[in-house]
Design a protein around this ligand. Structure first.
Ligand code: NAI
Length: 554
């Protein structure tokens, strides 16, 4: 049955706790911003220093402390502690300083936090569901205090950013990702839930570390693993039936299979595959505004044929097909190099997800040889191999193209295939460059270059917002293509002039609202929405956005 919007945007009306308990509830706490009347009414008098601060003054104090820290990891710890005390203030800080905060609460700093999870641990956040809980996963989910969860991000920690198996330390990723859902798209933090599925780890260092927080066993694999994930997904449907379930940083041998198994049955997507694809496709659309060429004229060469690479390839194929190409023609425009060289038909033992891009071409042992064979218009690095786009590669691309498209998307920064400065210098300023982790602006002669960050945060928060706002039953590729087109349309001519093919992150909430509306439009068109269509989708989406402002309690 279709529900009204009031049902969707209404918060749980739980009673506000009093006194000390209120100060320890991060969703409700206002710290020194409780007014005199609130302090009297809620039994807080004397529990706080007497001066009442405004939210803006609290933000100034946080920023002072933040900037005085010596390292980004200390800044991360400072911010997470704030989040544990006062979520409204945390999100005000993040939203108002999004460009400064995003590299701290997400990649690259969150990667360091994951690597030291057991050593940094202070307070738990989210749910840890372990292999030991098999057979009673539903009862574990029921321990979560909030019932009305709308977005879940789950990982099993096997492929965290480009850092490999982080075991239970991978929990930093769902936590960080959900912070971005709230900061970038206004998903109510009370309706979000990070989950770690702990099925063990192959990371010997962690297995030997006395402070490691996860199960001390090798990863569960194959059928027992699939059965455990199935128990989890089915339990989520019963306990949190309104939740979008986002899979994050699973190893690629599991990620593709899980996506195929669940995408038509439950409201789910995999950001590494589909979100990355959409943000990259959007970058290509923007780059084409600079080259004046069409998508169908592009030849893309990917370094790395994992979740990100294959996901991007599949979405580009579907976008080219939308523009009139046959699937066969479109696939021929996308070639892949993996650790064994160019992916071609004659290679044996190719993983299933690579087969559809295995072309009938002579083999090439490495990227340099593949470049000469394919002569691409764009190279996309999703390999986790630092420095793989060396001077020879960029110079070859510049020889073949007036404006070579170079995307070095591997995260964190230490894994990037090249830096922004290298791409501009080696191409004499002609490269159209984007990276996965941010690079600072750089100068070449008297020209300033501000490179774009192909950051999934441009896409997934808006997609989640659209899905949640219209209560879509499924998340489809057409929604991601719509998100990519919408994002590219929001890049300003002034961005393009600086070489930036994504909008400024400072506009992220506006960007997410437009993407949300575009995603909802697809949901209504394809009969997937669960609420009656309002006259104005953008207004509907904006009305569903949570703002980090204090509520009045008295
Ligand atoms: P993955 O583990 O699924 O795939 C990595 C691929 O790189 C595999 O196909 C592997 O064979 C290949 N590879 C490894 N060594 C190689 C070598 N020496 N030469 C050529 N290929 C090699 O990982 P996934 O999910 O595809 O991610 C890859 C990278 O992309 C990560 O660093 C990740 O952080 C980054 N990424 C960036 C995003 C963004 O910028 N928006 C989003 C998602 C991922």
């Amino acid at each position: 049955m279709l529900r009204s919007m009031t049902d969707i945007t209404k918060r749980d009306t739980t009673a506000v706790p009093r006194g000390e308990a209120l100060l320890h509830d991060p969703l409700l706490n206002k710290g020194t911003a409780f007014t005199a009347d609130e302090r009297t009414a809620l039994g807080l008098t004397g529990l706080l220093p007497p001066h009442v601060h405004r939210l803006e003054e609290q933000v100034a104090r946080v920023m002072d402390n933040h900037r005085n820290k010596q390292t980004d990891l200390e800044r991360y710890i400072h911010l997470v502690s704030l989040q544990d005390r006062n979520e409204t203030l945390f999100y005000r800080v993040v939203v108002d300083h999004i460009e400064e905060m995003m590299p701290i609460i997400y990649t690259p700093t969150v990667g360091q936090a994951c690597q030291q999870w057991g050593h940094l641990f202070r307070r738990p956040r989210g749910l840890y569901v372990s292999w030991e809980d098999r057979g009673r996963v539903e009862s574990v989910l029921r321990n979560w205090p909030q019932r009305d969860v709308r977005v879940i991000v789950v990982t099993d920690g096997e492929r965290i950013l480009g850092l490999g198996d982080q075991g239970v330390g991978g929990m930093g990723i769902p936590v960080g990702k959900l912070s971005l859902y709230t900061a970038c798209a206004g998903i109510d933090p009370a309706r979000t839930l990070p989950i770690m599925l702990d099925v063990g780890t192959e990371n010997e260092g962690y297995l030997r570390d006395p402070l490691y927080l996860g199960l001390r066993q090798k990863r569960i694999r194959a059928e027992p693993y699939d059965a455990f994930v199935a128990e989890f997904v089915e339990a989520v449907q019963r306990v949190f039936p309104d939740a979008l379930l986002q899979f994050e940083d699973f190893g690629n041998q599991n990620a593709f299979r899980l996506l195929e198994r669940w995408r038509e049955k439950v409201c789910t997507f995999n950001d590494d595959i589909q979100g990355t694809a959409a943000v990259t496709l959007s970058g290509i659309y923007s780059a084409l505004r600079l080259t004046g060429k069409t998508l169908r004229e592009q030849k893309l060469l990917f370094l790395g044929a994992g979740e990100a690479g294959i996901g991007i390839g599949e979405l580009i194929v579907s976008a080219m097909v939308d523009e009139g190409a046959t699937a066969e023609e479109a696939r021929r425009c996308c070639s892949f190099v993996d650790s064994h060289g160019l992916v071609v038909k004659s290679r044996t033992g190719l993983a299933p997800h690579k087969l559809r891009f295995a072309h009938d071409l002579p083999g090439a042992p490495d990227l340099h040889a593949a470049l000469e064979a394919i002569r691409p218009t764009a190279i996309v690095g999703v390999s986790t191999v630092p420095r793989a786009f060396d001077q020879r590669v960029i110079e070859a691309m510049s020889r073949m193209n007036d404006r070579p498209i170079v995307f070095a998307l591997s995260n964190p920064t230490s894994k990037s295939e090249c830096t922004a400065e290298e791409a501009y210098r080696w191409s004499s300023g002609r490269a159209i460059f984007a990276s996965g982790s941010p690079f600072p602006p750089c100068r070449l002669g008297d020209r300033l270059f501000v490179s774009g960050q192909g950051n999934n945060s441009y896409i997934f928060p808006g997609v989640g917002l659209g899905v949640v706002a219209c209560r879509a039953r499924l998340v489809t590729d057409r929604m991601f293509s719509a998100a990519a087109r919408t994002l590219a349309s929001l890049v300003l001519p002034s961005d393009l002039e600086l070489g930036r093919i994504y909008p400024s992150l400072t506009r992220i909430r506006e960007v997410s609202a437009h993407i949300g509306a575009a995603v909802a439009e697809v949901a209504y068109r394809d009969g997937l929405a669960g609420v009656a269509r309002p006259p104005d989708l953008l207004a509907m989406v904006k009305a569903a956005m949570w703002e980090p402002v204090y509520r009045k309690y008295a």
